[in-house]
Design a binder for this molecule. Sequence first.
Ligand code: DGJ
Length: 739
Amino acid sequence: MPIDWNESNQVFHLYNSRISYLIQLVHGKYLAHLYWGKRVQVLQPQTILTNKGRAFSPMTEPTDPKFSLDTLPQEYPAFGNGDFRTPAYQLRTQDGSTNTEFVYDSHEIVKGKPPLKGLPSAYIEDPSEADTVVITLVDSLLGIGLNLQYTIYRDHDVIARSVSFEHRGSSTIEIHKCMSLSVDFHDSAWDWLHLQGTWARERHIERQPLSHGKQSISSARGASSHQVNPFVALLSKNSTEEFGDVYGVSLVYSGNFQASLEISPFETTRLSIGINPFDFIWVLKPGETFQTPEALMVYSAEGLGGMSRTFHHLLRSRVCRGVYRDKTRPILINNWEATYFHFTEKKLKELADSAAGLGIELFVLDDGWFGRRDNDKSSLGDWFVNKRKLPNGLAGLADYIGRKGMRFGLWVEPEMVSPDSELYREHPDWCLHVRNRQRTTSRNQLILDLSREDVCEWLMDTLTDVFRNASINYVKWDMNRNMTEVGSAALPPERQKETAHRYMLGLYRVLETLTERFPQILFESCSGGGGRFDPGMLYYMPQTWTSDNTDAVERLKIQYGTSLVYPAITMGAHVSDVPNHQVGRVTPLPMRCHVAMAANLGFELKIDQLSMEDKQEVMKQIQSYHQFKDLVCFGDLFRLLSPFEGMDTAWMYVSQQRERAIVFYFKTLATPNPPLFRLKLRGLNPKVEYQINHSEQAYSGAELMQIGLGLPLVKKDFSSELFFIKAVNGMELAVEGIQ
Ligand code: DGJ
């Protein structure tokens, strides 16, 4: 059983063969955090905590004068009764106070992992995969139970945490803050790392030393956002891509979030992540329960690379769901950058004809097929086909595409409504708004109020009709603005601050229903590119449009940064025209293909207008992609050279058996008179002989990893190279000392 409760020590030990997490019950009341990291056998856990009375740290236990909550490393700390650090939660009771006294009541250890009601979460397929402990604290005055849920996976170095508040008392309370996890580290010499950006520049890596006081990242946009990602990591100072302790936490949630860090005066570090408490109040009535989203905690002793691989395995196999989870994805063509809104059926057919001839497998019709949508000023909400553009309807186009041997995909932006739409004219109160206030538009649109059940029902029915209307195999689910005037006409005044979270619950319900109803549809989430690239969305839609920026050079950083948490199989990547529409850069076609081939390959360009030579190049690249796309989708990622550190970028994917690998190498700007350079590979079997690019010559894995692969000298900007690595049949080298 990987969760032990030791009655005499009063210690919970959650472990698998590689990691441990230790919690101690102190004075029979308080949950103290003892340890999280590499697997340990602890014989004397009760000696880990040292009580040391500190001036100005209040004395919480009259019987233990040195004990103070202010210095205790805790599991779910409160504010107001001695601990002056950042609390994990805050409740406001009917008498106006925010003081609580939650103390240990009971616990239950169960096989498996219970799902979270109404929220996405990591799952199991068999109860033997994980164990869960729910520790219940109770505030007897309020009659509220606080359930701290911890799951440890057997085969993933992951602990999943969440919290629920169960109201068994008699007076209504307000939840002002309820983080999904809080962890107190016993030291403070950390760097912290997060992913920042904006539209077309998502998930750039930022690493900096943690300093005294508080640091945080957050989104109040009603979406996880382009600007920050619901992920943060603490890294030991000497940690690198390969070595050192790294602690990563990721929130399975797509709305407002906050991650905060605080170093205390005694050099301990508190980390928390959860729903953003800013502008959030949840009213909890007697008999009701509030469930927080889930946070995934990853510990890696193998630096950032180890952390990423753990996240990748878990997200790929136990967060993503559906029939496409274990399948490589079809190569697609999307008409957006080829036509924008200005297409006719004839134009689309020409694109489809060329695409089919080159080996493309899926045709995606993007924005502009419905209502009177010829630009972004109207028609969101009017989900009926524009017969002027598509006289034979979606079904006619889909049939044509089908006859070409391709599958058909469709773009929708269901969460939105244009003020200039039939839907808005009929239901002006169906959008998020605050009565008598301006309704701020963004991209000329408003957001449907998915906190309302009637709006969700309408949306599910409408989309069901659209998806049944034609043979649709793929849906791109877009979302092109963030929330303003966050209020709902259907909620009473005291519940207005619940709107943003209720919206997410409504959206998740819609997605659950539709993905269940249409299991054959591959859903790709999108929010102006990667504005909602988070584990919550991946639970429903197993891939995300990574960024609207399709420039190959920009994409190196975006895809590299994204790979810190998210596996390649979750990233959409397209080859687009040059000069690039976002940055105006001209890069060669092979480089554009190679960058996109490091994820789910797609094309988004005037493919019918390519020269014969370029068409042949596209065909060649597609054929080559088929040889290794399983490695990209299901292999282990090793990042070798970072685009954030120079002109060279390299990464590789290695098969689970380590008998095949693919190495991607890119040089953005050429260097005059450059040094000779060897690229040290990783993740191979040192004892195995490998061939490179089908050549006769064989190299040992050790040779490729220790001495490296000689790179050609290239006198050209924007060059790229792929290396196919394959084990020579059954060759195991019996070399002394190599293991
Ligand atoms: C934003 C998306 O990211 C683009 O790919 C495209 O679908 C447009 N929206 C369409 O409006």
